[in-house]
Design a protein around this ligand. Sequence first.
Ligand code: NAP
Length: 350
Amino acid sequence: MTRWRVGILGATGTVGQRFIQLLERHPWFTVTAVAASDRSEGKRYGDAVAWKLPTPLPAAVADLTVAACRPPLDCDVIFSSLPGELAGEVEAAFAAAGYPVISNSSAHRLVEDVPLLVPEINADHARLIPVQRQRRDWTRGFVVTNPNCTTLALVLPLAALERAFGVETVMVATMQAISGAGYPGVASLDIVDNVIPYIAGEETKVETEPRKILGRLAGDRITPAALQLSAHCHRVAVTDGHLCAASLKLRQTATVADVCAALEAFRGPAEVQALPSAPSRPIVVRHEPDRPQPRLDRDIERGMASVVGRIRPDPVLDIKLTILGHNTLRGAAGATLLNAEFLAAAGWFT
Ligand code: NAP
């Protein structure tokens, strides 16, 4: 496998730091460029960043100079974790300049010809890349996105149940970690001893993105899946790990045992399972009555799985369950990295 040189946009942020942590000693990727705002530009990365991860900042990255978020950068591929309101223009500029842009930001997620990729579920949506290139007159460049952190945790079990029984309706209430708001995020005086029943834009993302991910690619467009979703999103005083309490109406009758079996059996295509960051089990089912819990279960499968528990009958719809996902790993940097590995292995970077 060729080694690819990676440039990170938003490198000093919460997700940018996770990229750097995950890429240290990665078999295919090396970080060669870091970019952030004009607050950081021109500084040594180690001086610009407020490093918040428990593993040490890799020395080679600490010595890179932070660049501006505009092309050219000294790299082959871009990983983007810019704020959503900036990412649209910046990512398009890099794609137009010939860089594959693998993005964690929201700007392009719902653009018709941009894959919203979860490779275990919709690897075939990568076939939108040539459509995108042709429409925009891009040659080597393109943009591929991954979903919002909560959507990612939710959509893996939804995909398993959609495949097995069909899913008609999803009602979900989320309890989302503080790190999901970036750094410094929510003020401690707002979140300690409190729950905030509002996260700007989040409910729309959770209600919309799964329909595209579970949609069918036909020709040059995706037909969204026909399921209905309703979300209530809350910020809670947990550092990492988003919890979702979901009730589902299925299209075919299924027992609790059937649902457990479908979740446990779920796997992506063989070529996705073989990727360095792929979890061996994309969905882990916990059978104890009080799991999953963020502190105890978020690091299962290196934070790359959706952990599902409390699977039981729902007296109004059909089935209810609790889902946990690590928001900065599988919900952000880990999702982008898995997409990059999938695209590299499938030859999209050459
Ligand atoms: P963050 O901690 O606030 O980091 C933001 C990054 O963007 C920093 O590197 C910052 O650089 C840079 N930046 C800010 N303004 C800029 C500007 N005007 N020009 C260029 N760079 C600028 O945010 P985050 O949590 O890492 O989130 C990044 C993206 O990922 C967002 O789109 C977010 O919605 C998405 N996301 C986050 C999570 C999560 O769990 N945190 C999960 C899924 C998706 P400076 O340090 O120089 O200011």
